[in-house]
Design a protein around this ligand. Structure first.
Ligand code: NAG
Length: 425
């Protein structure tokens, strides 16, 4: 059987065995904000703690030839690390290691936090039948976990992309996503630092049910036309800090959906890609709110959207509030500022009922640069729940040197500072 045939079977299995959709429709509890273990710690400096054992995957038979299956070697090295009684880290040296889908599951008995250090390349199997559990590398039930090193996670996604189903646009709740490369589920006090991700099948990094996660200085790369290869996708999580990351991919650089609170994104370089997105919201019943998201000092280059909030019309309630974008440079961005509560509905001819998603306290401050489309500030809110407290402050967006045009539906933005244009005035 060809890969295509097998993929279809795997997808069918996935539908029957597990809930594979992006987020599920069921109401879930928010993860609990716990004390921040890494607060005030110089994370840039990686030091071995006293007595820390280095557990090399090659000691368990992993082969750096890019061809042999190193899954068992990785799993055994993980078990040895996670069940250690003294401090330990799992180490992936230089070389190229081919592995299947894997669970790196806690809780661990190891004292202190656990480190996985990757210096070589971890290559994802291209056999679709090994992804029945949905994602590629699944880190779960861990408290105090670091994924670091200068290595690369190569998702080898290319041969899968033609089978992509866009679950964001797809209405069905059984929509099956392609596997994310790095998946954090129920991780508390986590760090992802310096690593590279290349050509994931689905998202590069997917964080869910997690608290106190830092993503620093990672480089995520995939072609501009690769489908649904979101850089960092977040749901049901609290206290996320993403700083100094470089993301060039085929979908959103960062996407934040339901149940996410307290996110700070600093010094992101994004492009190509679809920009920074909150939503889509209102897709599922009983969605939890999104609140307190701050994006600052970031640059978007050649992206299709810049700063975007998107919500479905004619579906479920939802809400996003206290969303702050500050100090953003746009370089040839197609839709620099966009609130779209008519998601997937033609703005000039949308007959769907208004969205039930409430958006409030949204601020765009010090946003400058160039737009590739004439409507550079596009704010289309719900006729049923107009956007509340939208503020534009020092927004300067131009196309061919001239201020861009704007459009406003069900929103009365207020202005501070100097705005070019004075949108929808
Ligand atoms: C989440 O992970 C912790 C270990 O950090 C574990 O004790 C707990 O049971 C996990 N929760 C769920 C719902 O699996």
């Amino acid at each position: 059987m060809g890969n295509a045939g097998r993929l279809i079977i795997v997808l069918a299995l996935c539908i029957t065995l597990v809930r594979c959709d992006e987020d599920g429709g069921n109401q879930r509890k928010m993860p609990v904000a716990v004390p921040d273990m890494f607060k005030g710690v110089n994370l840039a400096k990686d030091v071995l703690v006293a007595g820390e054992k280095i557990i090399n995957v090659m000691s368990f038979g992993a082969k750096p030839d890019g061809k042999s299956d190193s899954t068992q070697g990785f799993m055994q090295a993980w078990q040895a690390t996670c069940k250690s009684t003294t401090p330990a880290r799992m180490y992936v040296p230089a070389g190229s290691f081919l592995v299947d889908s894997m669970f790196f599951q806690g809780p661990c008995t190891t004292p202190g936090d656990i480190t996985v250090q990757v210096e070589g390349t971890v290559l994802a199997s291209t056999d679709p039948s090994v992804y029945e559990n949905g994602e590629w590398l699944m880190f779960e039930n861990l408290n105090g976990f670091k994924l670091i090193g200068s290595g690369t996670f190569d998702g080898q996604g290319k041969s899968f992309w033609e089978f992509n189903v866009n679950c964001d646009k797809n209405q069905g709740s059984t929509c099956v996503r392609l596997p994310s490369s790095i998946f954090f589920n129920n991780v508390t006090n986590g760090l992802i630092q310096n690593i590279n991700s290349l050509n994931p099948k689905g998202f590069h990094i997917f964080l869910t049910n997690s608290a106190n996660i830092r993503v620093r200085k990672v480089k995520l790369t995939a072609p501009a036309d690769s489908p649904n290869t979101d850089g960092i996708h977040i749901s049901h999580s609290i206290n996320i800090i993403a700083s100094k990351n470089t993301i060039a991919t085929g979908d959103d650089c960062v996407s934040i959906i339901q149940g996410v609170k307290n996110v700070a994104i600093n010094r992101l370089t994004c492009g190509p890609g679809h920009g920074i997105s909150i939503g889509s919201l209102g897709k599922y019943e009983d969605e939890l709110e999104v609140s307190n998201i701050m994006v600052q000092d970031s640059t978007l280059v050649g992206t299709t959207n810049g700063l975007r909030l998107k919500a479905w019309p004619d579906k479920y309630p939802g809400a996003a509030s206290s969303i702050f974008f500050t100090g953003i440079t746009m370089n040839n961005v197609k839709n620099p500022i966009i609130i779209d509560e008519q998601y997937e509905c033609d703005p000039d001819n949308c007959k769907a009922k208004p969205s039930l998603v409430k958006l409030s306290n949204i601020r765009f401050t010090n946003i400058r640069g160039t737009s590739l489309s004439p409507i550079g500030v596009d704010l289309r809110c719900s006729q049923k729940f107009p956007c509340q407290d939208v503020v534009l402050q020092n927004v300067d967006l131009r196309m061919g040197g001239k201020p861009v045009a704007s459009r406003c539906v069900s929103v009365k933005p207020s202005y501070l500072g100097i705005n070019t244009p004075l949108a929808c005035s």
